[in-house]
Design a protein around this ligand. Structure first.
Ligand SMILES: Cc1cc2nc3c(=O)[nH]c(=O)nc-3n(C[C@H](O)[C@H](O)[C@H](O)COP(=O)(O)OP(=O)(O)OC[C@H]3O[C@@H](n4cnc5c(N)ncnc54)[C@H](O)[C@@H]3O)c2cc1C
Length: 285
């Protein structure tokens, strides 16, 4: 199918973008970033925005910057920018591992990190990375600027704290300490498909025991989130298969699993048990 008619806007500056959003946001005006979610939804007539505000020509929107222990990601930074480590150390390596699970190569050349967070699919790898690493989302509008913690930003299935006149102007990822270890494991039916369940885990070792554990789950519930119950199992323990199994069990028991045509609740719970343990396994290596 072809999209329903819409008016196309191509601002060249941030101010112009915010003006258009202020005027058109409430009239079903939508930002067009990589178009890799919005355009297929328009083609299927699942979305019928009256106005598209294309931000691809705005100067500076393709910037990645590292400053004061934070990686800052501008609105048009593509998924493919993370194929090579965007920053030295464990954060760059983690993002380079995770990105290979997002869709297929041509989609990664156009789709954007910030667009993924705006779209807020519960099975988005970047949304999982944002909550697990404790990202801040900067929301900008002609009314002002808000900084939203990732935990507060994702409200439910494809629902965020973003208002209709707000742009995700940047996402700030705090860098992991140099000695942080990480692991990621995703289960999907075919390469490139959205995850039925995935886990991202990081921790450090101090005197041989786990400190600062973070365990995030995506694809399993209506929104990605950290699982405090699994983190509590890990904290203060020596890394090893038994404690990782126990963390997987705690994660499986803690969730309220999604049910859909791809997986019922019990299958997803079982997947969570497995992906959590498998994300943790390499962290100990
Ligand atoms: C076949 C296929 C498989 C895919 N598989 C995966 C997958 O496995 N994992 C995954 O994470 N994604 C997957 N995707 C989605 C892809 O990653 C998209 O690129 C991503 O979801 C959205 O980014 P985008 O830049 O393309 O956003 P767009 O499609 O341009 O926009 C998506 C939504 O976000 C809004 N938006 C975009 N940017 C901003 C902004 N800066 N501020 C405010 N609102 C904004 C738009 O208005 C729209 O509502 C897949 C897509 C396809 C077509």
């Amino acid at each position: 199918m072809k999209p329903a008619p819409f008016v196309y806007h191509a601002p060249r500056t941030l101010d112009e973008t915010l003006e258009r959003l202020a005027a058109l946001g409430s009239m079903d005006g939508r930002i067009l970033a990589g178009g890799q979610s919005l355009v297929p939804m328009m083609a299927f007539r699942m979305a019928r925005p009256a106005h598209l505000i294309d931000i691809n020509n705005v100067a500076g929107f393709d910037q990645l910057a590292v400053e004061a222990g934070t990686l800052t990601i501008a609105p048009c930074v593509r998924h493919a920018a993370f194929h090579r480590p965007a920053v030295a150390g464990p954060t760059g390596a983690l993002l380079a591992k995770v990105v290979t699970h997002i869709a297929h190569y041509p989609i990664r050349l156009r789709g954007t990190f910030c667009g993924s967070l705006a779209h807020a699919d519960p099975a988005s790898e970047w949304c999982l990375a944002a909550v697990t690493l404790g990202a801040e989302i900067v929301a900008l509008s002609s009314r002002g600027r808000r900084v939203i913690a990732a935990d507060d930003y994702f409200e439910g299935m494809m629902t965020t704290a973003l208002a209709e006149d707000e742009l995700v102007s940047e996402v700030r990822l705090p860098l992991l300490p140099e000695d942080a270890r990480f692991g990621f494991y995703e289960f999907s039916r075919r390469a490139g498909d959205y995850a039925l369940a995935m886990a991202l885990a990081t921790f450090r070792l101090k005197d041989g025991v786990i400190v600062e554990p973070r365990v995030g789950l995506g694809g399993a519930e209506g929104r990605p989130r950290r699982i405090a119950e699994a983190e509590a199992v890990l904290a203060g323990q020596k890394p090893g298969i038994e404690v990782f199994r126990a963390a997987g069990e705690a994660a499986a028991n803690a969730i309220d699993p999604l049910e859909d045509v791809h997986a019922d609740a019990e299958f997803r719970r079982d997947l969570v048990r497995a992906v959590t343990r498998r994300a943790l396994d390499p962290v100990a290596a």
